[in-house]
Design a protein around this ligand. Structure first.
Ligand code: AMP
Length: 417
């Protein structure tokens, strides 16, 4: 038997209803905040990711699914959505119509990480990006939108952590200081960090290896190096989060795994998922649009790990399975043919009805109706059809009432629409 690939998974009926529910809640909320859906391809040129995410990141160094296509061009299954959305924003000159664009997308991402609970090689993200707004108000607003989504999904036990990563004016002084510390601690760092400590020292703060964490315990915080503009931006974000009632913790050591972040960086963590505690992460990336060949336009965004979100939300939403409004227990040949016609006509007008096509006994059909959670059952045998009347049974009150066969679809439609 052929099994699925390690780190990949099926989302089965029974689970998928929750995913659909999350998707619906997300698009409805995000669209109320002025975001528009964008669909980007699953594959892009490898260069897009290596340039935007950064050569010195785990994703680019070891996690991307990269292939040479038949012509030898290097293509990659997208490990995240931001790079593609930025590419699309630039390629379609969306900024020429209006520099401000609020876009969101939901879909699969691919990273060849070590699979474990909450960490997959194909996983799903809800991604939102805002282009063209440098005001700190938008930073606070998207965090408010994010936490509102979690509230709507009854996901509590989330903590927002926030930090500033500075900008190209103030960050170099911090990284220079950090580099000094890194060379002192060189013997304690993991292989990846030793290599990165010269080319991308910030990344070392993000390393999960305990020895590196310990070595970095007394590292300085970038917050002590922020320039006046970055400081006032950050203060304003925090002030507006407070005004909007978004609770957050300042995390002076938070850096994000991707290279392109500037200023605000945030992460939403939960204690409900064990080791994989991050359910969303995001921040500002004011330099990326320009770095990828577009105009100098600021941007900010976030990505929610949907697999993890679904896992937590599942505890609150256990019964989302769709139930038919009606089950037709058809007994006998004529009745089966009619039931087939009624079920089809009802479905075509938006009413979900089910029937049994194997012609089983009334008892087992009633059991099936029960299992499907149908609230009403239409009991229809060939004799009832001949007499021109079938029985409609309410499965909760157990009451039964006759219903004329003539114009029955119309009558059912009026009743159940
Ligand atoms: P990132 O794009 O790395 O900032 O990730 C944003 C969110 O996506 C994280 O907070 C996780 O919830 C989720 N995520 C990242 N990688 C994985 C993975 N391999 N499996 C499941 N979820 C993931």
């Amino acid at each position: 038997m052929i099994q699925l690939i390690r780190g990949f998974k099926d989302i089965l009926p029974g689970e998928v209803e929750l995913w659909q529910f999350i998707e619906k809640q997300t698009s409805s909320l995000f669209e109320d905040f002025g975001f528009r859906d964008i669909r980007i391809p699953i594959m892009e040129r490898t260069e897009l990711f290596s340039r935007s995410i950064g050569e010195e990141t785990d994703i680019v160094e070891k996690e991307m699914y990269t292939f040479a296509d038949r012509k030898g061009d290097l293509i990659t299954l997208r490990p995240e959505a931001t790079a593609s959305i930025v590419r699309s924003y630039i390629q379609h000159r969306m900024y020429a119509v209006d520099q401000v664009q609020k876009l969101y997308t939901i879909g699969p991402m691919f990273r060849r990480e070590r699979p474990q609970k909450g960490r997959y090689r194909q996983f799903y993200q809800i991604d939102a990006e805002v282009f063209g707004v440098s005001s700190p108000l938008i930073d606070a607003q998207i965090m408010f939108m994010l936490t509102t989504l979690f509230t709507r999904l009854s996901v509590s036990d989330c903590t927002a952590k926030i930090n500033s990563l500075g900008c190209p004016n103030c960050r170099p002084a911090f990284t220079a200081g950090l580099s000094g510390l890194l060379s002192e601690k060189a013997d304690f760092l993991c292989e990846d960090c030793s290599r990165r400590s010269t080319r991308n020292p910030l990344r070392v703060l993000d390393c999960k290896v305990p020895a590196c964490r310990e070595a970095m315990a007394d590292a300085p915080s970038i917050l002590d190096y922020l320039c006046t503009e970055c400081r006032s931006h950050f203060d304003s974000v925090m002030r507006h989060l407070t005004i909007m009632g978004v609770s957050f913790e300042l995390d002076r050591r938070l850096v994000r795994g991707l290279d392109y972040y500037t200023r605000t960086a945030f992460e939403i963590q939960t204690s409900l998922l064990g080791a994989q505690s991050a359910i969303a992460g995001g921040g500002r990336y004011d330099g990326l649009v320009k770095a990828l060949g577009g105009p100098d336009i600021p941007a900010i965004g976030f990505a929610i790990g949907m697999d993890r979100l679904a896992e937590i939300a599942a505890q609150q939403h256990s019964d989302l399975c769709r139930k038919p409004k009606l089950f037709i227990a058809a007994l006998g040949k004529i009745s089966q043919t009619l039931a087939f016609e009624w079920v089809s006509r009802l479905a075509a007008t938006g009413i979900h009805a089910e029937m049994d096509m194997s012609g089983r006994s009334l008892k087992s059909q009633m059991k099936q109706a029960d299992r499907l959670g149908a609230q009403h059952v239409l009991i229809s045998g060939d004799t009832e059809i001949e007499n021109g009347q079938v029985l409609l049974r309410d499965m909760i009150t157990k009451e039964q009432s006759p219903l004329p066969v003539q114009d029955i679809v119309e009558a059912l439609r009026n009743r159940f629409a």
